[in-house]
Design a protein around this ligand. Sequence first.
Ligand SMILES: *Cc1c(COP(=O)(O)O)cnc(C)c1O
Length: 272
Amino acid sequence: MNLMVNGKADYVDSGNFAHLAAEEAKKYGDIHIAATSREANYTFVPKTYDWRPDADYAYITTNNTIYGTRYTAIPDAPAPLVADMSSNILSEEMDVTKFGMIFAGAQKNIGPAGLCIVIVRKDLMGKEAAYTPKLMSWALQSKNDSMLNTPNTYGIYIAKLGFEWLRDLGGVPAIYQQNVHKANLLYDFIDNSALFNAPAAKEDRSLMNVTFVTGDADKDAAFVKFATQNGLVNLKGHRSVGGMRASIYNAMPVEGVQKLIEVMKAFEKENA
Ligand SMILES: *Cc1c(COP(=O)(O)O)cnc(C)c1O
């Protein structure tokens, strides 16, 4: 609504949320899929793109939450790049000059659900279509200090506490080091495991969402149950992929990952 001046936008379909975004955008304009890994069950992030020179924006999802892949290099597109960073914002440094607009739901790395962070290049504001509701207008929101209506004050307050926690820890460079350490511990274990495998392409592995499988749906279910009995919950993969997914967002301490590896080792001993 805010960017579709010519009614054309390009999308990279790299996962569940990317796909949903492209489908939703079709209500508003002519949507072209510039690249996709859908046929490969989203096991990798597309590296070549068929961008249209006259698109109003190019859309990517920097971390594919359900499939456990992420962009390790941000692509160049002729149109302003729009990015959904919901599941990896503040987990690693990003060159913001590469983007026209960045948005992220707060519920993974920032604070409680019900809040969305929007970062927009100033020159891209004020282009919204006439039908755009006031509350959806970046220009109006910006002019009103994001308080055109009464915002989610409690969510914003908790987000502030989250930002302060991250700042005191040393900011994004410090949490990135921790995130790499946590993810490496888990991927190294999986790579050397006689039972577990990671389906995501190695070069595109997410630091936030580690997906893994045994290759046998019954064993996967048995593992999820075993993990729950050992105090580790929500490890079941999304219903569209099956298997397991460990979401190790900024707030997950390294001890949580170490505990998961212990439990995986114990299960492997009995089931490999
Ligand atoms: C979680 C997430 C969303 C939003 O999910 P809801 O739970 O529907 O609010 C959007 N995009 C990505 C990449 C996500 O990880």
